[in-house]
Ligand binder design. Structure first.
Ligand SMILES: Cc1cc2nc3c(=O)[nH]c(=O)nc-3n(C[C@H](O)[C@H](O)[C@H](O)COP(=O)(O)OP(=O)(O)OC[C@H]3O[C@@H](n4cnc5c(N)ncnc54)[C@H](O)[C@@H]3O)c2cc1C
Length: 464
């Protein structure tokens, strides 16, 4: 890096440029997953669009690859780049709600909790994910599975427009009327197309109270519980989008001591609709077996949105994969339960995400996010604390992915997938892959944005 050019560039910023000499660098280079240990050449902490435009121009002039940090939550650490430049948007979290149109605008570093807080002031919610500290940007640009998904679609399906700084340092607007090809790509295939500095989403009336189901069953009843869960989902109203989680009770005061450390199959999720309707509609989920615990009841939407927050601390070690299922047959259920029994870490889980409803109503012309006919997806989560456990835990997640192949549509959900895996990326986008690559070529012909090696096949980052 040319040091004179760096000094000139840094002096124009409202934010800051941190290289390895800066005392803030060590903190700034860390992402949510403690297993990721990359050393970018420069981290540009932006506070406005001008900073972003200059950061992109500087990277180009210096020949540095760029990754963008929204919430920094992607498990593969794709918001940071070994030896490249990170456009860090974590200080750009402003949100503005227009109650008249139910549209919500946010900056590129906003987190889910930021949008929930602002939108709920007007009785609205944008379909996002289920942990409040996740970045809206990464989530929405690769899909966005949350509690609203079956009723109001994925996050990307609710993206109306965006402002994007492209590889040449220009700000362009992407909407149905302007740069429609870019908007299409951003709706599920949007990483590495540019820096999205502002999103505009359609929100929907939700809450403020919802009926939340949270019931756990013993592992020994796992087979019949998951079979009944599958049957329930066949006729469930779209407001019901629960998760079935195969996990182990943590040593947490919210659970009776008697169950600490026991494996369980749990069902969790708020009903998107009136409380009384939700209680009625989701009652069968409380009757799938012999409940160990049942904490179901009304609660504020924002509390439901934070339900899992404490289970995913920053700095823990994580490796996740996923796969879409063509059905949740008995053999798939047996495989899931057998695999979850083999977890090296009790913090790890296998999660069954029912899909369908509004998700299936969107075609490839509207979004590159594929496999929309799949009735279920499996989230494969290896979560552990000891660095000595890296190999065993990663191997377990890979083995689960492999073993689920016969039940898979062939694709995976990219927000839970390894973005460096070209095969998984190609299978996930299917027929939309070529169009996505064409858009990439149009807006980033030299491949400046390189966080996702599975898309364009740039060399993998040396450090995980
Ligand atoms: C605890 C936890 C819970 C999760 N829960 C859910 C869930 O409920 N539903 C779900 O669908 N997913 C979920 N995810 C996955 C999540 O959607 C992805 O990790 C997503 O990428 C996170 O977005 P981020 O902005 O934090 O990502 P980052 O790690 O910051 O970035 C991910 C990718 O997006 C790009 N990017 C980020 N910001 C921008 C921007 N402004 N412009 C252009 N590119 C950008 C980055 O370059 C990178 O390639 C969860 C993840 C975690 C860790």
């Amino acid at each position: 890096m040319n040091q004179d050019a760096l000094v000139r560039f840094a002096s124009t910023l409202r934010g800051s440029a941190l290289d390895a000499e800066n005392p803030e660098y060590e903190r700034a280079r860390r992402v949510w997953n403690g297993a990721i240990d990359r050393r970018p050449a420069l981290i540009v902490s932006c506070v406005g669009v001008a900073d972003v435009m200059d950061a992109v121009r500087f990277a180009r002039a210096e020949g540095l690859g760029v990754s963008v940090r929204g919430g920094g939550h992607h498990v593969a650490g794709s918001s940071t780049i070994e030896g490249g430049l990170v456009v860090d948007l974590s200080l750009m979290r402003a949100v503005r709600v227009d109650p008249a149109t139910a549209r919500v605008r946010c900056e590129g570093g906003a987190q889910i909790g930021d949008l929930d807080r602002e939108a709920q002031a007007f009785g609205l919610a944008v379909p996002l994910g289920v942990v409040s500290e996740t970045g809206v940007a990464g989530l929405a640009l690769a899909g966005g599975l949350g509690w609203q998904r079956r009723k109001q679609g994925l996050s990307c399906d609710n993206l109306v427009s965006a402002d994007v700084v492209t590889a040449d340092g220009r700000l362009v607007h992407a909407s149905a009327e302007e740069n429609g090809d870019l908007l299409w790509a951003l709706r599920g295939g949007g990483w590495d197309m540019g820096v999205v500095v502002s999103f505009e989403f359609q929100a929907h009336p939700v809450g403020p109270e919802v009926f939340m189901t949270f019931v756990t069953y013993p592992r020994a009843e796992g087979r019949s519980v998951l079979q009944r869960f599958r049957e329930y989902m066949k006729s469930a109203p779209p407001g019901a989008a629960p998760l079935a989680v195969c996990w182990t009770f943590p040593e947490a005061d919210s659970f009776p001591r008697a169950v600490w450390g026991q494996p369980f199959v749990g069902v969790v999720g708020p009903y998107v609709g009136p409380v009384a309707e939700g209680e009625r509609a989701q009652r069968p989920l409380q009757q799938l077996g012999t409940a160990l615990t049942d904490m179901s009841g009304p609660q504020p939407w924002v509390a439901a949105q934070r339900f899992f927050d404490e289970d995913y601390p920053k700095g823990r070690r994580y490796y996740w994969r996923s796969t879409y299922l063509h059905e949740l047959g008995d053999e798939a259920i047996d495989a899931i339960l057998d695999l979850v029994d083999r977890r090296p870490s009790p913090l790890s889980s296998l999660d069954v995400w029912p899909l369908g409803g509004a998700i299936a109503g969107i075609g490839a012309a509207e979004s590159p996010c594929g496999h929309r006919d799949a009735p279920f997806a499996i989230g494969i989560e290896a979560n552990w604390d000891d660095p000595g456990g890296d190999e065993a835990n990663i191997a377990w997640a890979r083995a689960v992915s492999e073993r689920m192949t016969p039940f898979s549509t062939g694709g995976s959900y990219m927000n839970f997938e390894d973005p460096d895996d070209r095969k998984a990326t190609a299978a996930s986008y299917g027929a939309s892959l070529q169009r996505l690559l064409d858009v990439k070529k149009r807006y980033d012909p030299e491949g400046l944005f390189r966080s996702r090696r599975g898309l364009v096949g740039a060399p993998p980052s040396p450090a995980r």
